[in-house]
Each structure stands twice: as C-alpha cells, then as structure tokens.
Design a protein around this ligand. Sequence first.
Ligand SMILES: CC(C)(COP(=O)(O)OP(=O)(O)OC[C@H]1O[C@@H](n2cnc3c(N)ncnc32)[C@H](O)[C@@H]1OP(=O)(O)O)[C@@H](O)C(=O)NCCC(=O)NCCS
Length: 222
Amino acid sequence: MNRVLRETQSIATLQAVIAASRTESATTTSDWKQALPVLTGSMVTLRELRISDATSLLAMLSTEEVARFISPPPTTVEGFERFIAWTHRERSAGNYACFAVVPHGMDTAIGIFQVRQLEPGFGTAEWGFAVGSAFWGTGVFMDGARMVINFAFDTIGTHRLEARAAILNGRGNGALRKIGAMQEGILRKSFLRNGEYLDQALWTILDEDWKQQRVVWGVRVH
Ligand SMILES: CC(C)(COP(=O)(O)OP(=O)(O)OC[C@H]1O[C@@H](n2cnc3c(N)ncnc32)[C@H](O)[C@@H]1OP(=O)(O)O)[C@@H](O)C(=O)NCCC(=O)NCCS
C-alpha cells in the first residue's frame, strides 16, 4: 500500500472513531431539562429514574458496603420515591441530572450516576455514583461512567468535572483513577460521616483531556 493511501486510510479511521464516540451525544435530546436522554452502552442503559425504581434502589444502595462513604441514602421505599421525585424537579430546574443504571436484560435500576452544577451554567460540575455491590468489578461502572462523562461534556457543556471520594474509599478512588480522572489534592476533613470528619480526594476531568483520551481509546479499540 502506498504511503499516501495508508495515511488517508488512517485519517479516515480516526474520523470514524471520533464520529462513533460522538454517536451517544448525537442521539441525546436537544434539551435534557425536559427529559434525560436514554444512553445505551455495551453493558447498561442509563435513563431517567422512575418512581418504580425505588424498591430496587433501596435494596442496592442502602447496604453497609455501598453506603459507607457516601451521603446517607434514604432508608425506606417512600424515602427513595421522594428522592426520585426530587431528582425530576432538580433536572427540570436545570441544576442536576440523575441517571438510573439498568443492566441489559433488566428493567430496574441497580445504581445511579448524578451530575450537579457547581456554578450557574454547569461550567464546573460535580459527579457522583453508586452501584449495588453485586455489580462491582463487572465493568458496569466503566460503561456507565463513560456515557455520563460524555453527557456532561457534550450535552450539558461542562468543561471541568469534579468528584470527591473519601480517602478510605478504595474502590471509589480506584474507579476514578481508572476512568482517567486526575487527583488534584486532598480536601482535609471535608466530609462528615457517622459523626466523624473524613479527608477526601478531589478528582477532576477536563473536557479537552477527555476528548483527547476518547480518541486514544477509540484508536486502541480499532
Ligand atoms: C464506586 C463504584 C461505583 C465503583 O464501581 P466498581 O464496579 O466497584 O469499580 P471497578 O471495579 O470498575 O473499579 C474499581 C477499581 O478500584 C480498585 N480497587 C478496589 N479496591 C481498592 C482499594 N482498596 N484501593 C485501591 N484500589 C482499589 C479495583 O481493583 C478496580 O480497579 P481495576 O479494575 O483496575 O482492578 C462502586 O464501588 C460503588 O458503588 N461503591 C459504593 C458507593 C461509592 O463509594 N461511590 C463513590 C463515591 S466517590
């Protein structure tokens, strides 16, 4: 194959990779404040929470191992129903988005991904996540995380995405490192849990770094 042809083909491959990686955002609704888009990954679908998710979310998220390092989740089905209704109101107001994580072949949520604005207009936002422990280490987190981050950068227009994880939360920090977030520092005694202030790591992803990484991942796949 001659050099020009080979280079033309690799540019075409790169363009295809970029186009493929943008498919999710291309299928999103133009106004996420009206209703969240349905995002389909290789293992899970992300969609708006439904009131009927309350029972499964209670079972998945109120266990000791899941709730240990996060703000205390509701402790009843009714509490989760109120939380779900609140997520819809906050989404309508344009402050926040909360996706249900639904593995392919299932109908109810086994976890959530949340994104909230830290400044008006969502330029800087914070994301958080929790998944039922039966699904830890399965790839569900990575599949969902990739789509939520794309949603934040491509659809909401975030340029800096922050996450906080208690230093003691090995899986939370490991997951953030794995997705490509950068640890910027330690927020000393910033999180009150069970009457004790815990240190947290501040992890960030910038839109330009993510877009760069997305291309690299795409090339690796092909
Ligand atoms: C955070 C959460 C969604 C991540 O999902 P997960 O399926 O556990 O994540 P993964 O297994 O894909 O990735 C975790 C990584 O941390 C690593 N890890 C696990 N324990 C660790 C520890 N003690 N120290 C460092 N890394 C650790 C894992 O080995 C894994 O990396 P690998 O796949 O390269 O081996 C899930 O653990 C969860 O819901 N935890 C409870 C809620 C929570 O803490 N949310 C985060 C708040 S910041």
